[in-house]
Design a protein. Structure first.
Length: 86
């Protein structure tokens, strides 16, 4: 008797966008799950010691999760966004 085969959708490829420094995260605009982004789009910035380090999308895709709100303190390497890759 053959085993049942389950048709599973291929796993979606995602990439997390991480903080490049310690500081206070400021969001470029109100991002929501489902928003399209292109490689290089500025997602926000991290203010630290009077300098703002821009955080940009590493690839074309769609925002799946926004993990940090504007004004929140962030640590180096902390995940800020999850992007579904196209």
């Amino acid at each position: 008797m053959p085993a049942e085969q389950h048709a599973e959708a291929p796993a979606e490829k995602t990439q997390r966008v991480h903080a490049t420094t310690v500081g206070v995260f400021s969001i470029a605009r109100e991002w929501s799950a489902g928003d399209a982004v292109a490689r290089g789009d500025v997602l926000g910035g991290i203010q630290s010691l009077g300098h703002v380090a821009e955080i940009s999308a590493p690839a074309d895709g769609e925002i799946r999760e926004v993990l940090v709100t504007g004004g929140a303190p962030v640590e180096y390497g902390q995940a800020l966004f999850v992007i579904a890759l196209r």
